[in-house]
Design a protein around this ligand. Sequence first.
Ligand SMILES: NC(=O)c1ccc[n+]([C@@H]2O[C@H](COP(=O)([O-])OP(=O)(O)OC[C@H]3O[C@@H](n4cnc5c(N)ncnc54)[C@H](OP(=O)(O)O)[C@@H]3O)[C@@H](O)[C@H]2O)c1
Length: 308
Amino acid sequence: MTASKAEVGAGVADVALDGQTALVTGATAGIGRETALALSRLGARVFIHGRDRDRGEAVLNELPGDGTFIPADFATQAGVTRLAEDVRAQLEGGTIDILVHNAGGWFTDGQLTGDRIEYTFAVNHLASFRLTYELFEALAPTARIVIVSSEAHRQGSLDFTGLRSVSNYRSWNAYSRSKLANVLFARELADRLDAAGESITANALHPGVIPGSGFGRHALAPLRGLMSAFGSIAAKLPVPGVDSVVEGAETSVYLAASPAVEEVSGKYFKDCAIETPAPQARDDATADRLWQISEELCEIEWPLGVDA
Ligand SMILES: NC(=O)c1ccc[n+]([C@@H]2O[C@H](COP(=O)([O-])OP(=O)(O)OC[C@H]3O[C@@H](n4cnc5c(N)ncnc54)[C@H](OP(=O)(O)O)[C@@H]3O)[C@@H](O)[C@H]2O)c1
C-alpha cells in the first residue's frame, strides 16, 4: 500500500519543522512539488522555486503553511544569483534550515546556456554549486543540504572536456554526467564543511523511477509521449520498480527532516537508506577536480574548508 503523503512514507510524519525555513528548487512540479508540500505540512516555511509562474503560484496556494514563490531560470548563472538575492531579501536576516537542490531534468536537445556552458551540466549541477555558495552565509548552523541525483550517475563518466561545447551531444551521457556531479558535489561539500568545522550536512539521493513526474517533458516528442503514457498507467496500477511522484519525494523529505540523519553527511541515499554509489562517485581526486572546475565555470573562488 503506497502512502499518500511523502512524510508518511519517509517515516517522519511526527517530526515538527515549526520555525524552520526550507528552499526547494524545482518545486513547481513533480518530485520537488511533493517535497515542498510535505515540508510545509511538517511546519516549515517553504520557498518554492521554479520557472513557471502559474504552476509556482498553484503550489503556493496548496501549501498549508507560509511560503513564497520565487521564479528563476537556471539557464544562466545570473538567474541563480537573482534567486539567492531574492531569498536573502525575503529572509530579512533569518536563515535557511533545509536546502533541497531538486531542479533539473533530462534535456534531449544539446544547447549552451547564456554563459556558454553545456545546458544539462549547468542546470543540473552548476546551479546547485552556485546557489549553495551564494546562500552559504544564510544557512543555519545545522542546515541540511539535500541534492537530488539519480541512479543514472552510475553511467556517468566525468569527462571534464566539452563542458563548453555541444558537438557530439548525447543527452543521456550529459544527464548521467550531471547526476554523477551531484553525488561528487555532495561528497566534496560534506568533506569541506567538516574540515571547516561546520555542522551543516550535505547528502545526495536517488528519488526512484518516476514516469509520472514531468521528467520526460524536455525529451523529443515520441519519447515524451511514451513516458507520459507510462506515467498514466503507473499512476493507476502498481508497476514493479516504478514509483509514484509522492514516493519520489520520500527520500528528499527523509533527509530534510529525519532525526536519524541529523549528523550524517557526504552519503548517497536510495529508499531512505544509505546506498553505495558508483566507484567514480567515490573518487576524492575527481570530487576535488569537479569543485575546481565548478569554481572556474562560475568564476568564483570558494576555498571552503581547504585553508581552515
Ligand atoms: N522522474 C524520475 O524518474 C527521476 C529519476 C531520478 C532523478 N530525478 C531527478 O529528480 C529531479 C526532479 O525531477 P522531476 O522528475 O520531478 O521532473 P519535473 O516534474 O520536470 O520537475 C523539474 C523541476 O525542475 C525545474 N526546472 C527544470 N529546468 C529548470 C531551469 N532551467 N531553471 C529552473 N528550474 C528548472 C522545473 O521548473 P518549471 O516546471 O517551473 O519549469 C520543475 O519544477 C531532477 O533533478 C531529476 O534529475 C528524476
